[in-house]
Design a protein around this ligand. Structure first.
Ligand code: ZN
Length: 183
């Protein structure tokens, strides 16, 4: 186990057509690729992290409350993983190499124990899939860059509601963060 897959925010609210803050079809078409990548990492005994946005209802102190409609609220359908990813997660969730992480900011490193979990496993290489390319994936990649990780972003595993932002972020991963953007 020297690699980690960080599966970010692939939930109903961010992906499903009825989601509160959805990427819509751009997010939905990732489903099979994210499932296959997650299976590959899981079966290879790599570390599989589900880093999932968590909000309390009516949290006026949270900076996102001024920016976005309420989303990914604790114990709601909107916070469940989307489609077959939820089914697969339910199957593997008790395995030793699977870790579910509540995050409350864009970056999976902000205010979480992700760094400790990676360091204790001597993991230097992190792979990113999920949404949105230009928000939570980008902020996680920037923190990973500053912490010295080798970063892989799976092009067929990331999407955004904002096509310009998506394209900007893919270039930024490669040209500014030195990440590997892989097909
Ligand atoms: Zn949020």
């Amino acid at each position: 186990m020297n690699r980690a897959l960080i599966n970010i925010d692939y939930t109903n609210d961010f992906v499903h057509s009825d989601g509160k803050l959805t990427c819509g079809e751009a997010g939905q078409v990732l489903e099979n690729d994210i499932l296959n990548i997650t299976k590959e990492f899981h079966d290879n005994d790599d570390f599989v992290v589900f880093a999932i946005d968590l909000h309390e209802p009516h949290d006026n102190f949270h900076p996102e409350s001024k920016l976005f409609p309420t989303h990914n609220v604790k114990d709601t359908w909107g916070r469940e993983l989307y489609g077959s990813i939820e089914d697969y997660y339910q199957k593997i969730k008790d395995d030793d190499n699977v870790y579910y992480l509540d995050k409350t900011r864009y970056s999976a490193f902000a205010g979480t124990n992700l760094l400790i979990k990676l360091r204790e496993r001597n993991i230097n290489e992190i792979h990113l899939v999920g949404v949105c390319t230009d928000i939570c994936i980008l902020h996680t990649a920037i923190d990973a860059y500053n912490l010295g990780f080798d970063i892989y972003v799976h092009k067929n595993g990331v999407a955004s509601f904002d096509d310009i932002g998506h394209k900007f972020a893919l270039n930024h991963f490669k040209n500014t963060l030195g990440a590997n953007v892989v097909d």
